[in-house]
Write a protein that binds this ligand. Structure first.
Ligand code: SOE
Length: 382
């Protein structure tokens, strides 16, 4: 049987002294709360869209208290790191306030709904010297890390093609509403900004290459949707939808690489299917987020399914010690990212996590997609 070497307390980064607060208690906020507590962080408090929801979320998530305002949250002396998990249009103001009060920030993607705002926040964070991370959590899937290691070690050979999809179906029906589909709250891009951003961040991080030119088309399948129904804040009456359900890209990247990406939130039966394939001179590798315990490695004479293995250098008291087949979960990806942030906070470890610079990069790619789709032409990204 496996010798399950659980990291000892000294090795594992037990963030029991890191005080965190969470703004926004929807799906993302709950992920953040679970992951932070997995690391032993002190969940000082949470704030939702209404006082009643804040109280309910604090009780449900095991927070010490709820906060009635952002100001109250930022005034609390025990709050060191603010997790911003609110609707996209609120990120800029809340991040600015947090940085101004000397708080470290982990912000959900997209960092901002415009490239200009995202770049401004990146500059503010840099000037402040504070930790400022963006939750591109799929970099912390064990097998995306293994795939990156293989690519960086040259095991695949020269990359020629990077392609894939990010498919979901949670917005399949016209009755499916969410704040993301309301441009004023979610931003001018939806499917690409929400999940295409993950795919592009992962593709550039895994390969070390950069997308340089994009040609994109987008599609919005319903003219209206219920307003923000999923957060419960919006009216139930139909609201006009102007951001996209589908985005299809062709792109060029550095070192002669080409690629394609299809993003859809209206693909029946696809739940959270981030599929990324890197095809190179000797081998190819495929990561499928819906089957995250296995990495496919292809060669001319064979196709291998490689099991996720325990990570000998387990750094955090999460499930990375689990043997293959004992699935390491989605929340652990957030725990891995937060552990890197907390280690930097506590002992000055190198900033290996995705930063606001990566968030600004993502916003620049998003605007290039929209510009290309609108103008029906290629867009170069300097
Ligand atoms: C909804 O599309 C969503 O929750 C995204 O907002 C997350 O970033 C993604 O990881 C899962 O799907």
């Amino acid at each position: 049987m496996f010798d399950i070497a659980v990291p000892s307390a000294q090795e594992a980064i037990l963030a029991d002294e890191v005080g965190v607060a969470i703004l926004g208690t929807g799906f993302a906020g709950r992920m953040h709360a679970q992951a932070a507590r997995m690391l032993g962080a002190r969940l000082v408090g949470v704030m939702a869209s209404t006082p009643a929801r804040s109280d309910a979320a604090a009780a449900e998530l095991g927070a010490e208290q709820s906060f009635a305002s952002v100001a109250e949250l930022l005034e609390h002396p025990a709050v060191e790191v603010v997790h911003v998990c609110t609707p996209n249009a609120l990120h800029v103001s809340q991040v600015e306030q947090a940085l101004a009060r000397g708080k470290h920030v982990i912000c959900e993607k997209p960092l901002a709904t415009t490239a200009q705002d995202a770049e401004r926040l990146s500059g503010l964070a840099r000037e402040s010297g504070l930790i400022a991370a963006v939750a591109f959590a799929y970099r912390y899937q064990a097998l995306t890390q293994d795939a990156r290691a293989k690519i960086m070690a040259g095991e695949l050979g020269r990359i020629r093609l990077v392609h894939g999809t990010y498919l979901q179906d949670w917005l399949l029906y016209p009755s499916d509403g969410d704040w993301r589909a309301v441009t004023e709250i979610g931003g001018p891009s939806r499917a690409f900004a929400d999940v295409g951003s993950h795919w592009c961040d992962l593709a550039e991080w895994m390969t070390g290459e950069r997308i340089t030119d994009i040609a994109a088309i987008t599609s919005t399948v319903y003219p209206t949707r219920p307003g923000a129904a999923s957060s419960g804040d919006g009216a139930a009456e139909p609201l006009p939808v102007t951001n996209e359900d589908i985005a299809c890209l062709v792109f060029r990247a550095t070192n002669g690489i080409v690629g394609t990406l299809t993003v859809s939130q209206v693909s029946p039966g696809r739940k959270n299917r981030l599929w990324l394939e890197v095809d190179a001179a000797e081998a190819s590798v495929v990561f499928n987020q819906e089957n995250a315990e296995w990495l496919w490695l292809g060669r001319r004479d064979a196709g291998l399914q490689i099991a996720r293995d325990r990570r000998p250098d387990a750094q955090i008291a999460d499930s990375s010690f689990l043997p293959p087949g004992h699935a390491r979960g989605f929340v652990e990806c957030f725990a891995g990212l937060f552990s890197d942030v907390y280690k930097t906070l506590r002992n000055g470890a190198a900033r290996t996590f995705p930063t606001f610079d990566d968030g600004a990069r993502s916003a620049i790619l998003t605007e290039a997609v929209l510009r290309s789709a609108t103008a029906r032409e290629w867009v170069h990204i300097p």
